[in-house]
Design a protein around this ligand. Structure first.
Ligand code: ASC
Length: 231
């Protein structure tokens, strides 16, 4: 049991480190290479898009997925843990919405077309799915009204949907990073492997690794919260 616990802690610290580093890399990308942050319709406003997505939709959602796995919380009430899970996902959803406003606002100000790229299609779909997942999870699992039979039926679907959404967010981030680098790196071009290209490719690898670590942690059966009888 102690061995499993130490393995868990090692992976948890790694995930937190890689997730935190992803946020830092995103900040360095927009602050050092992309002119900084602002809210004026310019590319500085767009820069909030990657910052809020990586902070909320990737990092905070990833933590929300594994809160039930933290062994020192197994004595906490299930309702408290559900509230933390729902609260983190709500914060992530709000940041995701603001990140969309930043992208659309920037496009509309500079008359750049909306919703033509695969990144934008998959990204909008996954934000909508995330809101539905949040609403369904809140009303069925957090509020006390749903019967146990409905909870038991929906739980595997909720778990599958959550992991599908999280994986799709990671894929969408990789597409977004790629298209932004192709758009903005012109002189010198992305194809000449300039420092910003190498740095931001590395950011993509960090986000992918974070996803892999969260997926590993959440799929270990021995790290699941012990189920209370009648719940
Ligand atoms: C809940 C909850 C669970 C599941 C279970 C149905 O609301 O806390 O563990 O639903 O009751 O599988």
């Amino acid at each position: 049991a102690m061995d499993g616990y130490r393995g868990f802690l090692g992976l948890l610290v790694s995930a937190l480190l890689v997730g935190f580093l992803s946020v830092i890399f995103t900040l360095i990308w927009v602050l050092h290479y992309r002119g900084g942050l602002g809210w004026d319709g310019s590319s500085l406003e767009f820069n909030w898009h990657p910052v809020l997505v990586v902070t909320g939709f990737v990092f905070i959602q990833g933590i929300a997925i594994i809160v039930y796995r933290l062994p020192w919380t197994w004595k906490c009430s299930k309702l408290l843990m559900k509230s933390i899970h729902a609260g983190l996902n709500t914060v992530a959803a709000i940041l995701a919405i603001i990140s969309l406003v930043a992208a659309f606002d920037f496009h509309n100000t500079l008359q750049i077309p909306n919703m033509y790229s695969l990144h934008s299609w998959v990204g909008l779909i996954v934000v909508i799915l995330y809101m539905l997942q949040l609403l369904l999870g809140f009303s069925v699992f957090l509020l006390p009204f749903a019967p146990l039979s409905l909870r038991a039926f929906l739980m595997p679907i909720h778990v599958y949907s959550g992991l599908f959404i999280f994986g799709t967010v990671i894929a969408t981030v990789l597409m977004g990073v790629t298209e932004k680098l192709i758009f903005s790196l012109q002189n010198p071009a992305y194809s000449t492997l300039p420092p910003e290209g190498i740095f931001t490719n590395t950011l993509g690898l960090l986000v992918l690794l974070f996803g892999g670590l969260i997926f590993w942690i959440v799929t270990r059966p021995q790290w699941k919260r012990p189920k209370e009888p009648n719940s």
